[in-house]
Design a protein around this ligand. Structure first.
Ligand code: GCV
Length: 736
């Protein structure tokens, strides 16, 4: 629908009008646009600046008009996106028309919305692709060459639209298209750990995008750009509030605010979800208990679900953190996780909603292995969850560390849909200061072979439902977005948001393909420069592992989860203390998870467990995760454990030093604003990498008593000086 009211037009064209059209108009008028739009990162990968001249020449005759009939919010969004994007990319206006008047029409829609698409008789193929899948075909309409983007639903047509635009943005041929795509996961959701006061737990890019205090009267126009960005990579849901939740989010006032957000996101296919606080029936309903088996409690939740669906008919459902890290939950009432999840499931089922029940549970049991507790607590309930429950499991058994082996619950719950929870925000990987491209980590995770049904039982096949035949599938990513102008704090961290969406759509994509796409769309079409950005991205996560937690170390960070603190700090629970995790002692380093210790390795299927359990076959990457190893143990490299450890830390530091130089050499190849912003971040990363190396090695040396090997730069500060730094590496105590 073409909006009539001027304010609405402005709202909808917030992005296009402010950034893109001035460039297009300037071009048409023959004015130089060399100054270009402000490169503050706001546009993400949806930059529609003119393509290189030879590509414009190649594309021009294939993109002359946009034909999107019908007026649903999603169709209007498709029309708007295509007109704006094609005009920008081709540097001349591409109009929306109602019919095909010549060569080069882009016809987008469904057999129901478009008589042209209906006439192509694609119904069977579209049905096979499901409601979110799409076809893109080069066809002839009468005598006119045209491109059709067709789906069984408006949303699929929107996804096809962004796919088509991506082809142009990455300079792919568009003259003989025959694309068919559908997502491998049903639910592709961002989890926002956003509090109602606007702060974000583990958020490093400003404040929450949901301005609760102004909603519902004022809806930030930025939400439309947030939704566009998500739709462009296939994300179809957002959990709005923190898993450490407040009951207030379910009050009538806050539900009205949620309605306003849902309305803004809906045209882009994003459903909203909420985190209910388990104790809400007591806190809001005045009940004496929140026992999930109490009929009054169940009735309270049923009424609450009915109230929500009355307001938001396409509400997605609940994500629940219960009986975890102090949150109330079923265990408070001596009930099980299945009892808790099924109570919510029953309330949501009549409306088609789902429950995403988090498996991040671990008890404060002194003398046990925290990394084994979620498996022990949940695996016995396989088959006991209602059919609209998904178990949401972090990729690794501990907590989003720079490297962990895959969580043993993947492959061990054949009768339960298990959805991975990935962390896009870099809580433990340098937050918004370090570049750490996570697609490589997630690739490693998806490709891990669980051996649940013999070789080839990869995590990807477990979670996309193909291994155990599950129909309900999903994946969640803890968002790294915030109110910062560039959305993610670090300009290169946008790549992680992008990568999450691309892998949620297709967990088979290579990290390189994703990095290439992102770099091309976000920075430059210059091949050499884009290749350099891809290389930096692909190497970055391993470098972070090297200078933070090499060889299978984990959880040796300080309280803000930013810098190193292997010497530990006073905490209420031993399993929150770094010394619990690394177990450094005179006899060696590492956590013994074989039969000689906690035997947590037995949670994996054979032969995975045997491979990890045997020192001879355990990969170096997981050595200290599974084994307590003597300092003089001879590694595959021929070096001792101590020397190897030192040189891995050094390798990480070396990468940061080199990468700063490599980035400096890109000056002039990309816009100065973002070049400078990344350069500043890389300087911090180098400083922090040295801090990590020196802190960890000086501390571990107090046990190993070994000298630093050749090839390692010697620390410039003493351990005591480093211990005196604050959580972000600043000297807080003055020397007398
Ligand atoms: C939202 C870790 C984080 C917490 C987070 C928790 C979780 O412990 O440090 O901030 O809480 O994981 O995933 O529930």
């Amino acid at each position: 629908m073409i909006p009539k009211n001027t304010k609405e037009i402005f709202r909808r064209f917030h992005f296009v009008s402010r950034i893109m059209f001035p460039a297009v108009v300037a071009l048409i008028a023959g004015v130089s646009v060399s100054a270009g739009p402000v490169e503050d990162g706001y546009r993400l990968w949806l930059r529609y600046d003119p393509l290189p001249a030879e590509k414009v020449a190649a594309y021009r005759s294939h993109v002359t008009a946009v034909v999107v009939t019908g007026n649903s919010g999603t169709r209007a969004a498709i029309r708007r996106e295509l007109v704006g994007a094609c005009s920008g990319l081709l540097g001349r206006p591409v109009p929306a028309t109602n019919e095909v008047n010549g060569a080069g029409a882009l016809i987008v829609g469904t057999p129901k919305s478009s008589t042209i698409i209906a006439g192509l008789k694609l119904d069977q193929q579209l049905d096979a692709l499901g409601p979110e899948g799409f076809l893109i075909r080069s066809v002839k309409i009468g005598s006119h060459p045209a491109t059709v983007i067709a789906s069984a639903s408006d949303l699929g047509a929107l996804y096809g639209t962004f796919h088509f635009l991506r082809l142009m943005q990455t300079l792919q041929p568009i003259d003989a298209l025959n694309v068919s795509e559908k997502p491998r996961f049903g639910l592709r959701v961002l989890d926002h750990w956003d509090n109602l006061d606007g702060s974000i737990e583990r958020g490093y890019a400003g404040r929450s995008l949901w301005n609760w205090s102004e909603l519902p009267e004022k809806v930030d126009a930025r939400l439309v750009d947030y939704a566009r960005a998500n739709a462009s990579i296939g994300i179809n849901g957002a959990v709005l509030n923190n898993v450490n939740s407040s009951a207030k989010s379910l009050t009538p006032d806050y539900l009205k605010k949620t309605v306003a957000i849902a309305d803004a996101l809906r045209p882009y296919g994003m459903r909203v979800y909420l985190v209910p606080r388990f104790s809400s029936p007591m806190e809001l309903g005045g009940l004496k208990t929140a026992d999930p088996l109490d009929p009054e409690v169940a009735a309270w939740w049923q009424a609450k679900a009915d109230e929500i669906y009355q307001l938001i008919p396409d509400f997605g459902g609940f994500l629940v953190k219960a009986s975890s890290e102090g949150q109330p939950g079923p265990l408070t009432y001596k009930r099980t996780h299945a009892d808790g999840a099924n109570m919510f499931a029953a309330a949501l089922a009549p409306h088609g909603g789902v429950v995403m029940w988090r498996a991040f549970v671990y008890d404060a049991k002194p003398g046990s292995d925290r990394a084994g507790q979620a498996y022990d607590a949940l695996q016995p309930f396989d088959g006991k969850f209602a059919t609209n429950v998904l178990l949401q499991v972090k990729n690794g058994p501990l907590d989003f560390q720079p490297r962990e082996p895959f969580h043993p619950l993947f492959g061990s719950m054949p009768q339960t849909p298990v959805m991975p929870e990935l962390q896009i925000t870099q809580e433990y990987l340098g937050q918004a200061n370090h570049v750490a491209f996570l697609a490589t980590m997630w690739r490693e995770f998806f490709d891990s072979d669980t051996f649940a049904k013999g070789p080839g039982s990869t995590v990807a096949k477990v979670v996309d439902g193909s291994l155990f035949g599950q129909k309900l599938t999903g994946i969640a990513g803890v968002a790294n977005t915030g109110s910062d102008r560039n959305w993610t704090g670090h300009p290169l961290a946008q790549a992680n948001w992008f990568a999450f969406g691309r892998l949620a759509w297709n967990p088979g994509l290579s990290a390189k393909a994703i990095a290439d796409e992102w770099g091309d769309m976000t920075f430059t079409h210059d091949r050499a420069t884009a290749a350099e950005i891809t290389r930096i991205l692909l190497e970055s996560r391993e470098a972070v592992v090297d200078y933070m937690t090499p060889l299978g170390l984990a959880h040796i960070m300080n309280d803000p989860h930013y810098g190193p603190e292997p010497w530990g700090h006073p905490v209420p629970r031993e399993d929150w203390n770094p010394v619990y995790h690394h177990r450094a002692a005179a006899d060696g380093l590492g956590f013994e998870r074989t039969a000689k210790g906690f035997n947590t390795v037995s949670q994996y299927h054979p032969p995975v467990r045997d491979r990890f359990a045997d020192l001879a076959t355990c990969p170096d990457e997981f050595l200290l995760w599974f084994h307590h190893v003597p300092w003089d143990y001879q590694m595959r490299s021929g070096r001792t454990l101590w020397d190897e450890l030192c040189l891995r830390y050094q390798r990480g530091v070396d990468w940061t030093v080199k990468t700063r130089k490599d980035w400096a050499a890109l000056a002039g190849k990309i816009d100065p604003e973002r070049h400078a912003a990344v350069a500043e971040k890389l300087a911090i990363q180098e400083r922090d990498a040295k801090w990590w190396r020196d802190a960890c090695l000086l501390y571990f040396q107090t046990f190993s008593k070994c000298p630093f090997p050749d090839g390692m730069e010697k620390p410039r500060r003493t351990l005591d000086e480093i211990k005196a730094l604050d959580g972000y590496g600043n000297a807080v105590k003055q020397k007398q």
